[in-house]
Design a protein around this ligand. Structure first.
Ligand code: COA
Length: 158
């Protein structure tokens, strides 16, 4: 069985992330969604909450998707999960610059690591978690951008 790690902050998981999971499942038997915290990003949303929302949003994929928190180096995490594959979505050229830097650093630490970069589906190429948070924070409707469980969660907590 071939598995792939899909790391991110998922703050919150959006339709763009869900799309990457669905498409990664065409390439791999299992996707391990690894919920971390980017040091540059707003860590306000508790890790447990982000994990819980990912689990709800991805429940339809059953046991082909595992969701877990991680707070170690990605290279160490992938090794611990017995995989050498990492998948990430690419929205724009600026995403590529950022990913390329991370790939280079990670592959220097672990040359066995292989990255699969999937272009984000066109309809989600403008989407970002921080914009979703901003819209939700101002009482806007985010249901077009996130899986139903996430929209429901933000509706209840507003
Ligand atoms: N469609 C739409 N939007 C997408 C998307 C897609 N397919 N894929 C990503 N995005 C958006 C997200 O919504 C997010 O938006 P935001 O910037 O407004 O929050 C942004 O793109 C990227 O977020 P995400 O995919 O969640 O990843 P991240 O860049 O926040 O994650 C980690 C960073 C956790 C993967 C990284 O910090 C890491 O690997 N940490 C582990 C520690 C480590 O090994 N560090 C050394 C690195 S060299």
């Amino acid at each position: 069985m071939t598995s792939v790690v899909y790391p991110g902050s998922f703050n919150p998981i959006t339709n763009g992330h869900r799309d990457i999971v669905e498409r990664a499942l065409r390439l791999f038997d299992k996707v391990i969604v690894a919920v971390g915290t980017s040091p540059d990003k707003d860590p306000k949303t508790h890790l447990a909450e982000r994990i819980g929302l990912c689990r709800l949003a991805l429940a339809e994929f059953g046991d082909r998707v595992e969701v877990e928190g991680f707070n170690v180096l990605l290279v160490e995490y992938a090794r611990a999960k017995n995989t050498r594959f990492v998948v990430r979505g690419l929205r724009t050229i600026s995403d590529f610059d950022y990913e390329y830097q991370m790939i280079a650093m990670n592959q220097t630490m672990d040359p066995d690591l292989e990255y699969v970069l999937l272009p984000t589906s066109r309809q989600w190429s403008f989407l970002s978690s921080s914009l979703v948070r901003e819209i939700a924070g101002l009482g806007g409707d985010i249901s077009e951008f996130v899986p139903p469980a996430v929209a429901e969660h933000y509706r209840k907590s507003s």
